[in-house]
Design a protein around this ligand. Structure first.
Ligand code: 13P
Length: 250
C-alpha cells in the first residue's frame, strides 16, 4: 500500500502570522479527514519554525520549498538542508517548475540538492512536468523521463525508498486548467514504468502526486486513478477548508 499524501506548497504567500493561522486551521479540521491521509504543509522559510511549533502534537508534517546545493559556507542568501532539518522539517520540495523556469535550476543543480536533502534526513518531493509547448508537441513523456533519469536514477535504492515524486504539468499550474484524470493516470503510470526500469518493484512503493490546479471539486476524480497517490497543492492549500477538503478526495 502506497502512502496517500496531500501536500500544500504555499509558494511565496502568507506573512508569518497568516501562516500560523493557516496551519492552525489545518490542524483544527484534520480530524475530519481519514487518518490514512498524510498531510504536509510547505510554508516560506521565514515561518517554517513557527509553523513547526504550531503543528507540534499533530500528525501534519512540515516541509521547505527549496534548499541549497551546498552544506554550508559563503553562499549569501541560501538556506542549507541542515538548517531546515534542525527546525523539525521532514520534507523539501525540489525541482519545482517555478525554480527550474525562473531560477535556472538544472538537473546538475538538483542532483546536489537531492544529496543535501538525504544527507540531512529530509525526504525530497521531486517535481517533474512538461510545459504547454512540450505537451502540444507530444514530447511530455520524453521530458518527464529525462527529468527522472538525470536526477532520480542517481539515487541509491535506499534513497529511492524515501522519495516522493510530484508530476506537475506547467500548463496546469495556477491556470485553473487541470489535467484530466485520464491524462494524469497516463503519465503517472508512465513515470512508474520508468522508475521500475531502474528500481524494480520498489517503484510500486513510491508515492507519485499530481499537481496543477488541483482543488476540492476535482481531487476525488484524480485521486481515484490507480497511479495517483495524492496531490501537491498550490492555490487551494492557502485555505484550510479547501486543503482539508482535497484530503477527503481519497
Ligand atoms: P496550483 O495548485 O496553484 O495550480 O499550483 C500547483 C503547484 O505548483 C504546487 O506545487
Amino acid at each position: 500500500m502506497r502512502k496517500k499524501i496531500v501536500a500544500g506548497n504555499w509558494k511565496m504567500n502568507t506573512l508569518p502570522a497568516e501562516g500560523v493561522e493557516l496551519a492552525k486551521g489545518v490542524a483544527a479540521g484534520r480530524g475530519e479527514v481519514c487518518s490514512c491521509v498524510n498531510f504536509i504543509v510547505c510554508p516560506p522559510f521565514t515561518h517554517l519554525s513557527q509553523v513547526v511549533e504550531t503543528l507540534k502534537g499533530s500528525d501534519i508534517a512540515v516541509g521547505a520549498q527549496n534548499c541549497a546545493t551546498e552544506a554550508k559556507g559563503a553562499y549569501t542568501g541560501e538556506i542549507a538542508a541542515s538548517m531546515i532539518a534542525a527546525l523539525g522539517c521532514k520534507y523539501v520540495i525540489l525541482g519545482h517548475s517555478e525554480r527550474r523556469q525562473y531560477y535556472g535550476e538544472t538537473s546538475a543543480t538538483l542532483n546536489k540538492k537531492m544529496e543535501q536533502a538525504y544527507a540531512n534526513n529530509l525526504t525530497p518531493i521531486y517535481c517533474v512536468g512538461e510545459n504547454l509547448e512540450e505537451r502540444e508537441a507530444g514530447r511530455h513523456f520524453d521530458v518527464v523521463k529525462a527529468q527522472i533519469e538525470e536526477v532520480v536514477f542517481n539515487l541509491t535504492a535506499e534513497q529511492f525508498a524515501d522519495l516522493v515524486i510530484a508530476y506537475e504539468p506547467v500548463w496546469a499550474i495556477g491556470t485553473g486548467k487541470t489535467a484530466t484524470a485520464d491524462q494524469a493516470q497516463e503519465i503517472h503510470a508512465y513515470i512508474r514504468e520508468v522508475l521500475r526500469s531502474k528500481f524494480g518493484a520498489a517503484a510500486d512503493e513510491c508515492p507519485i502526486l499530481y499537481g496543477g490546479s488541483c482543488k476540492p471539486s476535482n481531487a476525488a476524480e484524480i485521486f481515484a486513478k490507480a497511479d495517483v497517490d495524492g496531490g501537491l497543492i498550490g492555490g487551494a492549500a492557502l485555505k484550510a477548508e479547501d486543503f482539508l477538503s482535497i484530503g477527503k478526495g481519497f
